[in-house]
Design a protein around this ligand. Structure first.
Ligand SMILES: *Cc1c(COP(=O)(O)O)cnc(C)c1O
Length: 389
């Protein structure tokens, strides 16, 4: 391959652009994982999580795994074989998580959606109310459905569960939300928060985690599902001294400490405001192009990713390929049943106005070059929004 100059804009909604500071932290020479540097590193990461995200002292259990591994960890650590789990198919990630529930031998109640909408709170409440024997042991909710660009109301999920007086555990996948849009593990009484490294945390892929509530830890004590590598107890015990029961991914932890420090320096309110601003500018561009977002109701539009339909007869992957080849911009593809029908612009992580403007410019020209009939003026609409806000 010939050299392509300049840095690629990495705009799937994860992995995201990794800042130089994090890359330098990753390049730290290997340390003894039982020595003082590593022990302090683990303690710093755990303390950093708590300080920035307000986990209220609930343990964070980190794995050298992609986000998918932490879905498995949540299920295996708190449930018994054959337990019933309720899931919502808000999109591709809701679908994959449900497939894992079935694959692991749990009984699944999967609520379908139109892949354009958030979790239906009324539906959730009525399902739980109808479950008089409390057979459902856990509710799996995807906070920010990365395939569709729709954010679900997790405070509302908690409210619906409480209104039904149902004791099921609440598992929330906020892999593409945490560190970019408001998330409150404590106030929403989430039993297991599931996060990953390669989205709002600005790290490469390879690290994910569970945050366990007191209720989840209680369930863990009697949960009979085989846990293998994912077993919380030895990790939580070793972490108290900055240790792991095995070799942790120390270089990813160096990166994590740096990423968390960067979020703290910017301040989470500023981080949320920046994501909201970049998302709104993206939506203005889409509107100016005369295109439709997968998200049906703008009220639930994600501030980390915008998923855009290409018109009938236009293969979205071909458009993406033109944009990649011509402008070195990587966009997210349509996933699952949306394959070929949409492309996704991630606007999360270490990202700013001029980077977004570059992306929108590449997309606007690229769509035209790929033969898509669009109205021009998306970039201008975004710039106008930036100027006025
Ligand atoms: C990215 C993502 C995942 C999967 O993460 P992997 O790291 O690819 O395993 C799961 N859920 C959501 C909502 C995501 O955005």
């Amino acid at each position: 391959m010939t050299r392509v100059a300049g840095r690629q804009l990495v705009q799937p909604p994860g992995p995201t652009n990794v800042p130089d500071r994090v890359l330098r932290a990753l390049a730290t020479p290997t340390v003894d994982h039982r020595g003082p540097i590593a022990l302090q590193l683990v303690k710093d990461c755990l303390a950093g999580f708590d300080k920035i995200f307000g986990f209220g002292g609930d343990p964070v259990i980190m794995y050298a795994a992609s986000g998918t591994g932490s879905w498995m960890a949540a299920l295996a650590n708190t449930l018994n074989p054959g337990d019933k789990v309720l899931g919502f198919e808000t999109g591709h990630f809701g679908r994959l998580w449900a497939d894992m529930v079935t694959d692991m031998g749990f009984e699944l109640h999967q609520e379908p959606t139109d892949w354009r909408s958030p979790i239906d709170l009324n539906k959730l409440e009525s399902i739980l109310k109808a479950d008089k024997e409390h057979k459902i042991k856990a509710v799996c909710a995807v906070h920010n459905e990365t395939s569709t660009g729709v954010t679900s109301d997790i405070a509302g999920v908690r409210k619906a569960m409480d209104a039904a007086g149902h004791p099921a555990l609440l598992f929330v996948d906020t892999i593409s939300g945490l560190g970019s849009i408001p998330y409150d593990h404590k106030a929403w009484k989430v039993d297991i928060t599931i996060g990953g490294s390669q989205k709002g945390l600005m790290l490469p892929p390879g690290l994910s985690f569970n945050v366990a509530s007191a209720k989840a830890l209680e369930a863990n004590k009697t949960a009979k599902y085989p846990k293998g590598y994912w077993k919380w107890a030895p990790i939580i015990a070793a972490n108290k001294d900055g240790m792991f029961p095995y070799t942790p991914a120390t270089n990813m932890l160096f990166a994590l400490r740096e990423g968390l420090a960067m979020l703290q320096e910017e301040g989470m309110q500023a981080v949320f405001a920046r994501h909201a601003r970049l998302a709104e500018a993206t939506r203005r561009a889409v509107q100016a192009w005369g295109l439709e977002t997968v998200c049906k109701d703008a009220k639930y539009a994600s501030n980390t990713v915008t998923s855009i339909y290409t018109p009938d007869g236009v293969n979205a992957d071909q458009v993406r390929n033109v944009i990649y080849d011509k402008f070195n911009i990587a966009l997210g593809s349509g996933l699952g049943q949306l394959a070929g029908k949409n492309f996704r612009i991630g606007h999360l992580g270490d990202f700013n106005e001029t980077m977004l403007t570059g992306v929108l410019a590449g997309v606007e020209v690229g769509m035209d070059l790929a033969g898509m009939k669009i109205q021009k003026g998306g970039v201008t609409a975004a710039l106008t929004y930036f100027a006025e806000n």
